[in-house]
Design a protein around this ligand. Structure first.
Ligand SMILES: *Cc1c(COP(=O)(O)O)cnc(C)c1O
Length: 244
């Protein structure tokens, strides 16, 4: 685990990189920096919130979120970014404000059911499997059109945008085509003005792909290791494919 001071420096550096990436492509509005906090203890997460201006955090595992939840500073938004099993939705429905990783209609329906029970409308993103990798979660891009009206019909679920998971690429430039395709989907869907579907958030870009994602139009980058250091947490790049 890194010292808090190091975390603060890292966040400063990430912010500079974000600014530079925006300047390089002429963007005015920077993406939101979401801190991906898997394996990070609640005290350090709270430090990042209280002392480094982090406003959104993203957790990957239901169990880990539940263990940290009471201690977490609630002044930041808590998002869920990992693969979510249907039978676990009930544990997090009241605790998170955005689920990035909705990858099937049955999962959206379960979120509907649990949120109807507690009288809440859950903001969600649809996870797009941009690389069309069979072993990974997420909708293939061409599948989105088919599910959008069905998910849009759920009254306790509000689709706010898309989350992209790109394949692990050896060269950074390889990320560009995946992110550009997802951005194009985001724009196409947005222009259709579908019922109960808005396209405000495009969650894409991690430590290794942040600049490319920003150039392609990301509105929210999910950064873990560049802030908190490299963690041994299985294969981090495959995190979204893993079950609890
Ligand atoms: C861990 C994780 C991140 C952050 O990845 P880094 O490469 O550590 O920046 C982003 N998104 C998801 C879904 C993750 O699991």
């Amino acid at each position: 685990m890194l010292e808090n001071q190091q975390v603060k420096e890292n966040i400063g550096q990430i912010r500079e990189k974000i600014e530079k990436a925006c300047a390089d492509c002429g963007r005015i509005q920077p993406p939101i920096l979401l801190a991906a906090t898997k394996t990070v203890p609640a005290e350090q997460i709270n430090y990042a919130i209280r002392e480094c201006g982090i406003t959104c955090i993203g957790e990957n595992r239901v169990q880990e979120l539940l263990e940290k939840y009471d201690q977490l500073d609630k002044s930041a938004e808590i998002h869920f970014i990992g693969r979510l099993q249907r039978n676990k939705v009930k544990y997090i429905a009241d605790k998170v404000c955005l689920i990035h990783s909705v990858d099937s209609l049955p999962l959206a329906e379960e979120i509907e059911k649990q949120c109807a029970r507690i009288g809440k409308v859950m903001n969600i993103l649809l996870e797009v499997n941009t690389g069309r990798e069979e072993q990974k979660g997420g909708f293939f891009p061409e599948k989105l059109e088919e599910v959008l009206p069905m998910i849009g019909a759920l009254p306790h679920v509000h689709v706010c945008g898309l989350m992209a998971v790109a394949p692990v690429c050896e060269k950074k430039e390889e990320y560009i085509k995946y992110f550009e395709e997802t951005y194009q989907k985001f724009i196409d869907i947005s222009s259709k003005k579908l019922h109960n579907i808005s396209m405000n958030i495009l969650s894409m870009g991690m430590t290794d792909s942040m600049q490319e994602a920003i150039a392609a139009g990301s509105t929210m980058v999910r950064i873990g290791s560049a802030i908190f250091g490299h963690r041994t947490y299985g294969n981090i790049s495959d995190e979204t494919t893993k079950n609890d």
